[in-house]
Design a protein around this ligand. Structure first.
Ligand SMILES: N[C@@H](CCC(=O)N[C@@H](CS)C(=O)NCC(=O)O)C(=O)O
Length: 201
């Protein structure tokens, strides 16, 4: 498998999951501005949507959309327990988390990367985002992980998008359970290895 990624983006989530599962894979870096791969190929020919993450399967298909990629990967090695069994209530809860992260935190915070955003728009985005953080603070005050008592693909994703707060000058210490969660997830060997490989440590 090949993971098309760009440092400091949402592709870190499937990257972490690949390492947590101990699956063999190759990393291919994308320049998100030029849409070229590091070996000079046109990324738009690989993923016409033009964004990471994209996973090239051994059979040649390209799978996109981070929340779907991590579910595909976890399903390859169910014994690793990164996702509850299909058909269970716990699986639905996990999907509920993935959807919350993608729509409320990922899409909810990504506009803050735009440095020309007027202050009014930034405040409105932060006001809504901080309500989501308040909710996460409540949940993570009573649990080390999002779904159940163990690390799951949802944690790889939440860690990835909350990490962007450093670029937005948002101090996560305002939500002590969230900042403790970030330290907890970052200390995992697979997360350390992914960060090191992307050279963003
Ligand atoms: N819906 C996609 C969104 C992916 C996405 O937002 N990728 C960003 C990085 S976090 C990107 O590559 N943006 C570049 C672009 O849109 O041109 C997913 O969840 O995988």
């Amino acid at each position: 498998m090949k993971l098309y990624y760009a440092p400091n983006t949402c592709s870190l989530s499937p990257h972490i999951v690949l390492r947590e599962l101990g699956l063999p894979f190759e990393l291919v870096k994308i320049d998100n501005k030029t849409k070229k791969t590091e070996d000079g190929r046109d990324f738009l020919a690989i993923n016409p949507k033009g964004y990471v993450a994209a996973l090239e399967l051994t059979e040649g298909q390209i799978l996109t959309e981070g929340p779907v990629i991590v579910q595909y990967l976890a399903e390859l090695k169910p014994e690793c327990g990164l996702m509850p069994t299909a058909g269970s209530w716990e699986r639905l809860r996990l999907q509920e988390w993935l959807n919350f992260i993608t729509s409320e935190i990922h899409a909810g915070s990504a506009p803050l990367f735009n440095t020309t955003l007027p202050e009014e728009a930034r405040s409105a985005i932060c006001e809504k985002l901080f309500r989501r953080f308040d909710f996460l603070q409540q949940v993570l005050s009573g649990s080390d992980y999002l779904a159940g008592n163990t690390f799951s693909v949802a944690d790889a994703y939440l860690f990835t998008v909350l990490r962007w707060c450093r670029f937005f000058a948002i101090d996560l210490n305002r939500w002590p359970a969230l900042s403790a969660y970030m330290v907890r997830i970052e200390s995992r060997p697979a997360v350390q290895a992914a960060l090191l490989a992307e050279a963003t440590l």
